[in-house]
Design a protein around this ligand. Structure first.
Ligand code: BT5
Length: 259
């Protein structure tokens, strides 16, 4: 992947701007700075390698050179999107899942921000925001997708098993084609963010639906229950052992199947 091949593959999409880097600290840091300087809606930062890739709570995200997709998309919070901003992570998750499905794989969304294939993590999402005073100005959707086999981090560095698209498919892929698929899907889902079909499609792709799970949100005490689905704001709905409905809101939540 290089700037020329990238621009060629993405030529059908209308970007506010496009910045490509052979190597960068974090595409989200670049996009946050660009958004603060007034980047146009639908501006994209892509890198072939990240040396300081970030997950949530400043956890490390691995993007070795030449092997993965690492990009950050800047969206302005339009009038139409504003009531549904809590669905933004779903917008990214659905778009990644849909484009992976098109390659013949069966992805699942591990709420809130991971994409799994066969129970292993293939992609992670980090949504961050830029404010003008107390008005939300822009959203930065950071996405890392393991495409080639060399993108899979060593097992000992992970809390959750990981895989790559090529490993799961058993054939070669072009990163530019996957990126086009994700962004093309995102453009379409963005228009439908406020609709019920959006929540339904997101819910249909959830991992562990109907199964017992535990979620951890900053304390050692997990919230446990059967994973039922989503609230309209994208929060997770569980059914606890007393048959009470429990809502788990966004934040730093980790979800695991119960042993
Ligand atoms: C995430 O965080 O999964 C969000 C990752 C977002 C990365 C993108 S890349 C482009 C943009 N620029 C950035 O700097 N970030 C975004 P979280 O749920 O906190 O998961 C982080 C955990 O995933 C780490 O602690 C590792 O255990 C694991 N991990 C790191 N790299 C991985 C990889 N390549 N594949 C699978 N798991 C990985």
């Amino acid at each position: 992947m290089n700037e020329t091949s990238l621009k060629k593959s993405l030529s059908k999409l209308k970007f506010g701007g496009l910045r490509y880097f052979d190597s960068i600290g974090s595409t989200n840091d670049e996009a946050l700075a660009w958004a603060a300087e007034g980047a146009a809606d639908f501006s994209l930062v892509v890198a072939d390698e990240q040396t300081q890739g970030r997950g949530r709570l400043n956890r490390k995200w691995f993007t070795p050179k030449g092997s993965a997709l690492a990009f950050s998309l800047i969206l302005h919070s339009s009038e139409a999107m504003r009531p549904y901003l809590s669905r933004t992570v779903g917008l990214a998750a659905l778009s990644i899942a849909e484009s992976c499905s098109k390659t013949g794989l069966d992805p699942r969304i591990k709420w809130p921000n991971d994409i799994l294939i066969d129970g292993k993590k293939i992609a992670g999402i980090l949504v961050e925001t830029v404010w003008s005073g107390d008005e939300l100005d822009s959203l930065v959707i950071g996405v890392g997708i393991n495409v080639h086999r060399a993108s899979i981090p060593p097992r000992e560095l992970l809390q959750f098993p990981a895989t790559s698209l090529e490993h799961e498919l058993g054939r070669e892929l072009k990163r530019e084609d996957i990126l086009f698929g994700v962004l093309d899907s995102l453009v379409r889902w963005r228009e439908r963010m406020g609709r019920d079909e959006f929540i339904k499609a997101w819910e249909d792709q959830l991992a562990f639906r109907g199964q017992q799970v535990q979620t951890f949100a900053g304390t050692d005490i997990p919230v446990m229950g059967e994973l039922l689905g989503l609230e309209l704001d994208g929060s997770l709905r569980l059914l606890d052992k007393h048959r009470n409905s429990v809502v788990v809101r966004f934040g730093d939540v980790s979800l695991r199947p119960s042993a």
